[in-house]
Write a protein that binds this ligand. Structure first.
Ligand code: KG4
Ligand code: ZN
Length: 356
């Protein structure tokens, strides 16, 4: 396709306010205003504070994205916006703003599923024009794994926009396991990046933590058993070691990271062996983890199936991935001018929820 399409996208699904502008699949601006400092005091995301943060910073993020991409409104073809899944009060802010802007500038609205954004994020071309994956290099079907703070899903990708969920977590998400154990270890919130940093100095074989559901023949995951095992073992270590507990934290982090990586990889490999995808796409905040990436790469080299991860700046919540999913939807004509028919859907799923 030769025509250049410019999409402005807004994501306010959780605690980051993000606005991006893409020219086709190439990122021209990706502004993220993080609320981590507000929520870490509470040990997790507080919905009404997230809403207030989005209300405070969204306009500035939009202005910055236009400024950075050197575009004005008459160049924009459509406004993409996350309408689910996510926190209702937070989603509301982005959706409301997107509707106002679409009305004001007579633009179509493209309602996007946040998890489709994560799923496709490794297809984003960065601002210097490089690709991780070129769609044309790998014929479909693909296998996707989304690993974030709220989701852990194995997805069969027939085509962009046509998805089947093969398996999902039955309880906690992979990112939640990192966050909850980080809290037990006194490492603060969010936990994934801190655990990864600590794990670099630790021995992944030091503690024998469970790989839940590894024997079950399906593609589902469970992380609550791992969390409970960690609760018991950290309590007994704290009692045993008292003020020397801090000395074993790096070993504990390395063992936890290894257990989460193995648990994910067992099911991902099983699905890949059975379904034979042409490529594997991984996305979501946890996919920033370099140990997880290394383990996946080694395993898939042996299976001779290419595995792709997003640039690390596109792993956590960002507007660029929403703009990319929006760009593909726009090309398929999945847009609307009936703005008021679109409502937020906090529990939107990839199969049920694609806007039609
Ligand atoms: O995708 P995301 O930004 O937000 C959701 O849609 O949930 O993911 C956030 C999650 C958090 O649970 C965070 O601890 C985890 O991603 N995370 C990581 C790393 N960086 C962020 N987990 C493991 N290793 C990391 N380096
Ligand atoms: Zn997310």
């Amino acid at each position: 396709m030769n025509q250049e399409i410019f999409i402005l996208a807004i994501d306010t699904s959780c605690d980051d306010t993000s606005v991006a502008i893409l020219r086709n699949d190439c990122v021209m601006a990706n502004i993220v205003s993080s609320q981590v400092d507000i929520h870490k005091e509470w040990g997790g995301v507080v919905p009404h504070l997230a809403k207030r943060g989005h209300q405070q910073y969204l306009d500035q993020c939009i202005e910055m994205a236009l400024h950075r991409s050197r575009l004005n409104w008459d160049k924009i073809h459509a406004i993409a916006v996350t309408y689910g899944p996510g926190l209702a009060p937070a989603l509301e802010v982005g959706l409301q703003k997107a509707k106002e802007l679409a009305k004001e500038h007579h633009l179509p609205l493209v309602p996007v599923n946040h998890m489709e954004g994560h799923l496709l994020s490794c297809l984003l071309k960065n601002s210097s024009g490089n690709y991780y994956i070129r769609i044309q290099d790998h014929p479909l079907p693909w296998l996707g794994l989304t690993i974030s703070g709220g989701h852990t899903e194995l997805i069969w990708i027939e085509a962009i926009g046509t998805y089947k969920i093969l398996g999902r977590t039955l309880d906690d998400a992979a990112g939640e396991a990192f966050d909850k154990v980080a809290r037990m270890l006194g490492l603060g919130y969010p936990g994934g990046a801190v655990i990864e940093a600590m794990a670099k100095k630790g021995n992944p074989k030091a503690y024998d933590l469970p790989r839940p559901m590894h024997n079950s023949p399906n593609y589902d995951f469970s992380f609550s058993g791992l969390k409970t095992a960690c609760l018991y073992s950290t309590d007994s270590l704290k009692q045993q070691l008292q003020d020397k507990f801090a000395l074993v934290v790096p070993d504990y982090c390395a063992s936890l990271q290894e257990a989460i990586a193995d648990t994910l990889l067992i099911k991902l490999k099983r699905a890949a062996k059975n379904q034979q995808p042409k490529a594997v796409l991984v996305g979501g905040g946890v996919s920033a983890n370099l140990r997880i990436r290394a383990k996946f790469r080694t395993a898939f080299r042996k299976l001779k199936i290419p595995v792709y991860f997003p640039y690390r700046c596109f792993c956590m919540d960002n507007g660029a991935m929403i703009a990319l999913a929006g760009y593909h939807q726009y090309q398929r004509g999945k847009i609307t001018y009936n703005y008021d028919t679109i409502d937020r859907v906090p529990y939107l799923t990839l199969e049920q929820g694609l806007f039609t």
